[in-house]
Design a protein around this ligand. Structure first.
Ligand SMILES: [Zn+2]
Length: 626
C-alpha cells in the first residue's frame, strides 16, 4: 500500500487510526489494544468492527473487511487511494506535495479536487456578494428570519446576484467542460447567448439574434443560481460540495422556490445530510439527532443551542443517508409533521429509519408551527421542553389511530389495526414487533393473540402490504410497460420486442399485481410476428386467453391513457424501477434472514448472508445513481 519513505508512509506514521476512524464510527475501548464499534460497511446490531491501536489496522468480524487507515478512508468516502492519503494528511495538518497521483487514477481525482476548489471559491464569492449594496433584499430576508451576522458567517450563507455572468467571470480562463461539470452553471445549446436574469432554469428567455462574431462558447454559460439566497452544502469533512438557492422573488417564473445543485463528481444528494459536519460530535455526545425538514429550520434549531440537528432538505431519506446517520446514532427525534404537506416523503423516511432499527420519537409543535417559527415565538426553553415530551413513533401513531377511528366499535377497531399494521410491519425485529403489537392490542382493547396473528400474516404478505419507494412508483412503471408491450405506430414494435427480451431473461414481472397481464402481452408479442400496429384493449379481449374482468378493465384503462408520449427513456426508467424493486425485495429477505441467523447465533451461514446483503446493497445504491 504505502512504500517506506513515501509521502503516504510519512502520513501513515503520524496518523492515529483510532482518531481518524473515530471521526466516522463511534468507537469504545474494548481491550488493552483494541477499540470496537458497529461496522459502517454492513448492517449489524452488535459490534463486530474492531480497530487495533498498535498495529494500526481495522477488521470486521462480521463482513470481513479490513485494512489500514487509508483503505478505511478510501472505502467510506468512496475515493481513490491518493485522495485518501491527502484527506488523512489534511486531517493531520500535513502539507501534501502537489503531484501525488499516477496518471491512470489522476483524472477522476483531479476533477474532484478542481470541483472542490471551485465550490470553495464560489462559496466565498456568494458570501462576498451578500455584503454588497445589491444584496439589501437578501440581507433583509435573512434578518427577517432572525439570523444574525454570526450565524450567517457560521453557515457561510451568501447571495447569488441577479446577473449570471459575475460567477462565470470569476472562473475566467477555466476549462469550459470543467465549468459544465461543476453543476454551478446553466447554458443554452444555441449560438445565441441567453439573457441571464431571473431565478431558475425555467426562466430561459430567447435572446435576440447576435452576429456570429459575438459567439463565444464560454459566453453561453451563466450561473445556475441567480437572485437567490445561497445555503452551502458540505460533506463530512466540512468542504463545500453543493448549494441550495432559495428564490428571493415571489415570481414563479424565476424557477422553483428551492434550487439544488445537480449531482456532480463530488456531490450525490442521496449521500449527504445537511449540517451533519457540524452536528455529528453533538449527536454522539447527546446520543440522538434532531431531524428537521428544511435548511432554515436546521439553522434556527442549531443557533438556538440544539446543535445535534440535521436536515433532510425536504425530500425522503435514502438508504445511504440513513446509513450515514447510523454511524453516529440510532436515536432520532423527527421534528416535522408526518401527516402534513410532505407526508409521503416523511412517511418513507420514517419507514426507512424503522427498517434500519432506529428508535424514533415524533415532535409535533403546537398549531403545526415549524421549528423556526416556534423557537422565535416561544424561545429555546419551550423547544427543549417539547423535545423532552416527544412521544415514540408508535405512541404517536397509536394516538392518531385512536383519533381517526375511536375504538368503541368493532369496525373502528379493525380500521385502527389496518392503519397501524403497515407501520408495525416495517419493524425488522420480530420480538420488538410482537411487543409493540401487544401494547397496541391493549390500548385498542382487542385480543393480542388475534392481532399478532394478523401481524404475522401481514408480514408474510409483506410485499403487498408495505410499499417501498420503488413499489410506490410501480403502478406507473407497470403502466408504462403494459403500454409498451401493446405497441402502436407511435410507440413502436422494436421497443416492445426489446422489452420482451429483457422481461423474459430477467423475469422482472414475477410477483407483480400485473404479472398475468404482462405475461399475456409477452406471449402475444412473441406469437404474433405479424402483429399489427393497431393493438387495442378491445382486440386483446377478443383474441387473448380469458382473463378475470378486473385485469381486463385495468388493461383497458392503461391503454386508453395515451396522454403522454412513450419515450425510450420512460421505458428504460420503468425497467429500472422493476430491477430496483427486485433488489429491494432481496434486501428485505436477506435482512430477515440475517436477523434470524443472528438470533440463532448461526455463525455458519451469517458471513455468506452478510456478503450477499452487501452485494445487493451496492447494486441497489448503484441503481439509484444510474
Ligand atoms: Zn462489517
Amino acid at each position: 500500500m504505502s512504500n517506506p519513505g513515501s509521502f503516504a508512509d510519512t502520513v501513515k506514521q503520524q496518523a492515529d487510526i483510532v482518531r481518524i476512524i473515530g471521526d466516522y464510527v463511534r468507537l469504545k475501548k474494548t481491550g488493552a489494544q483494541n477499540f470496537g464499534g458497529l461496522c459502517p460497511f454492513h448492517k449489524e446490531k452488535t459490534p463486530s468492527f474492531s480497530v487495533h491501536t498498535t498495529r494500526q489496522f481495522y477488521h470486521c468480524f462480521g463482513c470481513g473487511v479490513s485494512g489500514d487507515v487509508f483503505s478505511f478512508v478510501q472505502k467510506i468516502e468512496n475515493i481513490t487511494f491518493p485522495e485518501a492519503v491527502r484527506a488523512v494528511a489534511q486531517k493531520l495538518g500535513i502539507q501534501a506535495p502537489k503531484q501525488n497521483y499516477s496518471p491512470e487514477e489522476a483524472r477522476e481525482a483531479q476533477l474532484r479536487t478542481a470541483l472542490v476548489d471551485m465550490h470553495e471559491r464560489a462559496c466565498a464569492f456568494f458570501e462576498e456578494q451578500l455584503r454588497r449594496p445589491e444584496a439589501a433584499k437578501a440581507r433583509e430576508y435573512l434578518a427577517g428570519r432572525g439570523l444574525d451576522q454570526e450565524t450567517i458567517r457560521a453557515f457561510r450563507l451568501g447571495y447569488a446576484p441577479d446577473s449570471g455572468f459575475l460567477l462565470r467571470d470569476l472562473f475566467r480562463g477555466a476549462d469550459d467542460q470543467l465549468l459544465r461539470d461543476s453543476g454551478l452553471f446553466s447554458w443554452k445549446e444555441t449560438e445565441h447567448a441567453p439573457r441571464p436574469t431571473g431565478g431558475g432554469d425555467a426562466a430561459r428567455v430567447t435572446a435576440p439574434a447576435q452576429s456570429s462574431a459575438e459567439r463565444r462558447p464560454a459566453a453561453s454559460l451563466y450561473s445556475k443560481f441567480r437572485d437567490r439566497i445561497i445555503f452551502p452544502i458540505c460533506n463530512e469533512s466540512g468542504k463545500v460540495i453543493a448549494f441550495t438557492g432559495r428564490r428571493l422573488s415571489n415570481d414563479d417564473k424565476a424557477g422553483p422556490k428551492y434550487l439544488n445543485s445537480p449531482e456532480t463528481a463530488i456531490y450525490s444528494k442521496s449521500r449527504v445530510l445537511f449540517n451533519l459536519e457540524k452536528a455529528r460530535e453533538h449527536i454522539r455526545a447527546l446520543g440522538y439527532a434532531i431531524l428537521v425538514e428544511g435548511q432554515m429550520d436546521c439553522i434556527a434549531v442549531f443557533t438556538a443551542g440544539f446543535k445535534n440537528v440535521i436536515a433532510s432538505s425536504g425530500t425522503a431519506f435514502t438508504e445511504p443517508q440513513v446509513r450515514l446517520l447510523s454511524r453516529h446514532t440510532h436515536n432520532v427525534v423527527v421534528n416535522f409533521d408526518p401527516d402534513t404537506a410532505g407526508a409521503a416523503a416523511a412517511e418513507r423516511s420514517l419507514g426507512l429509519l424503522l427498517e434500519e432499527d432506529f428508535q424514533i420519537k415524533v415532535l409535533t409543535l403546537e398549531q403545526g408551527l415549524d421549528p423556526d417559527l416556534f423557537i422565535r415565538g416561544r424561545g429555546p426553553a419551550q423547544y427543549a421542553a417539547a423535545l423532552g415530551r416527544a412521544p415514540s413513533y408508535f405512541s404517536y401513531l397509536l394516538d392518531r389511530a385512536r383519533a381517526l377511528h375511536p375504538p368503541q366499535t368493532a369496525e373502528n377497531k379493525a380500521k385502527a389495526v389496518n392503519y397501524l399494521l403497515p407501520h408495525l410491519n416495517r419493524v425488522p425485529n420480530r420480538i420488538v414487533r410482537d411487543e409493540l403489537a401487544a401494547d397496541m392490542a391493549q390500548k385498542l382493547g382487542i385480543d393480542s393473540a388475534v392481532l399478532r396473528q394478523e401481524l404475522r400474516r401481514a408480514v408474510a404478505a409483506r410485499s403487498g402490504a408495505v410499499k417501498t419507494p420503488a413499489e410506490a412508483a410501480m403502478t406507473e412503471a407497470e403502466r408504462i410497460l403494459l403500454r409498451a408491450l401493446h405497441p402502436t405506430e407511435a410507440t413502436g414494435f422494436a421497443v416492445a420486442q426489446h422489452l420482451v427480451e429483457v422481461l423474459r431473461t430477467e423475469h422482472l414481472h414475477t410477483g407483480l399485481a400485473t404479472e398475468a397481464l404482462i405475461e399475456n402481452a409477452i406471449s402475444r408479442c412473441v406469437g404474433a410476428a405479424s402483429f399489427s400496429a393497431s393493438a387495442s384493449a378491445t382486440e386483446a379481449r377478443a383474441d387473448g386467453p380469458p382473463r378475470p374482468l378486473g385485469d381486463q378493465q385495468l388493461l383497458s384503462a392503461i391503454l386508453m391513457r395515451d396522454d403522454e408520449p412513450l419515450t425510450a427513456e420512460l421505458v428504460r426508467g420503468a425497467v429500472n424501477a422493476l430491477r430496483r424493486r427486485r433488489l429491494e425485495r432481496m434486501q428485505r429477505d436477506l435482512r430477515t434472514r440475517i436477523v434470524e441467523a443472528e438470533r440463532r447465533q448461526d455463525q455458519g451461514s451469517l458471513p455468506a448472508l452478510l456478503q450477499e446483503k452487501l452485494r445487493v446493497d451496492r447494486e441497489l445504491a448503484a441503481s439509484h445513481e444510474a
